[in-house]
Design a binder for this molecule. Structure first.
Ligand code: TYM
Length: 359
């Protein structure tokens, strides 16, 4: 192999309902990437337990959420036969590589992670070690498959930069050994050509919905943890609920601007236009061409109709699928078996590179 094989990897935590942000920022884009790539899509259950049990809900809730997120992947159009869908804890090599990365990543790097600061809040002393080391496990998820592309929403950008830093440091720390074992792939690092074992993964972030905002406050990210259910559209919401939430979405009193610059400093308008654009696979400029100068009393019903048309079929499939536990579990089992073969191939090399004896 003279270059890294292109491979897409991404994951979602099973911590409650998926919402429109998860769908437009991640899952909908995963569906598009399936056309021309090999893809691995993971329900990251080990990440879900990094906060207090009262936050993630305990064992029965974790199992229910893991199946529900899997159902959402399938309902959204992920092809679990052509590609790989599984839950993280089944493939033990993720945790094994995460340990190696715990010894590669520096405290200072992790101290800079804004998601840790947000989630730990003021009481950092009481946060789990797992929450702090979370990005190392995320790097392991990706690199245990030597994945080259990771489609995520904008909030994951910093974690992906850390993933690149970890890959880079591993490649440099073990460069002689990687070369000696013939496991390197020639890559360019500035002016130098080096032998790399791990690729520097490319984040795939972008489009009009890379950061979907709360429907109640255009300056806050749409999130599972917002106490107001009106702030988000859940993928399980029925038609009436979707329409109601869009009708009630906060806006200013101006009509939509006639050019895209007019969306600056209007976070709520910008967010709704972005959602419309993502649901129709266009861009914000295209939406402004159609709706510029119109009042929200015209735009909101159009957006509500569009959201219902696109999301209601997913919701109805999601209500049906989790009832078929045996089917969902068979998808995860099969995906896990296929993923483990690939992950073990990488880990055998990693053990040799690091110097762990194995048979
Ligand atoms: P998670 O479970 O918080 O979110 C899953 C995906 O949804 C995206 N997302 C959003 N996109 C746009 N607007 C929003 N408001 C919004 N909210 C969430 C996230 O960016 C993400 O793509 N650490 C990850 C899970 C993970 C992972 C990985 C991802 C673990 N290992 C390896 C990629 C590769 C997370 O907590 O995502």
């Amino acid at each position: 192999m003279s270059t890294f094989e292109p491979l897409v990897f991404s994951g979602v935590q099973p911590t409650g309902n998926l919402h429109l942000g998860n769908y437009l920022g991640a899952v909908r884009r995963w569906v598009a990437l399936q056309e021309n790539n090999n893809c691995i899509y993971c329900v990251v259950d080990q990440h879900a337990i990094t906060q207090a049990v009262s936050v993630w809900g305990g064992p029965a809730e974790l199992q229910r959420n893991t199946r529900e997120v899997t159902a959402a992947f399938l309902a959204a159009g992920i092809d679990a036969e052509k590609h790989i869908v599984f839950n993280q804890s089944r493939v033990r090599q993720h945790a094994e590589l995460a340990w190696v990365f715990n010894c590669i990543a520096r405290m200072g790097w992790l101290n800079r992670m804004t998601q840790f600061k947000d989630k730990a809040g003021k009481d950092r002393e009481n946060a789990s070690v797992g929450l702090f080391a979370y990005p190392n496990l995320m790097a392991a998820d990706i690199l245990v498959y030597r994945a080259t592309h990771v489609p995520v929403g904008e909030d994951q950008k910093q974690h992906l930069e850390l993933t690149r830093d970890i890959a880079q440091k591993f490649n440099t720390d073990f460069s002689d050994r990687i070369a000696e074992l013939g496991l390197g792939i020639e890559t360019q690092s500035g002016d130098e050509t080096i032998q790399s074992f791990f690729p520097l993964t490319e984040p795939v972030i972008g489009g009009p919905a890379a950061r979907v905002m709360s429907l109640r406050d255009g300056t806050k990210k749409m999130s599972k943890s917002d106490p107001s259910d009106l702030s988000r559209i859940n993928l399980t919401d029925d038609e009436d609920t979707i329409s109601k939430k869009i009708r009630k979405a906060k806006t200013d009193s101006e009509p939509l601007p006639s050019d895209i610059e007019g969306l600056n400093d209007r976070p709520e308008a910008d967010n709704l236009v972005g959602i419309y654009a993502a649901l129709t696979d266009t861009d914000k400029a295209g939406v402004i061409r159609d709706f510029g100068g119109q009042q929200f009393s015209v735009f909101k019903p159009a957006l509500a109709d569009l959201a219902v048309a696109k999301l209601a079929p997913i919701a109805s499939e999601m209500r049906r699928l989790p009832a078929d536990t045996a089917y969902i579990d068979s998808v995860l089992k099969n995906g896990g078996e296929r993923a483990a073969i690939l992950a073990e191939k990488t880990m055998r090399n990693v053990r040799d590179i690091v110097g762990f004896l194995q048979d």
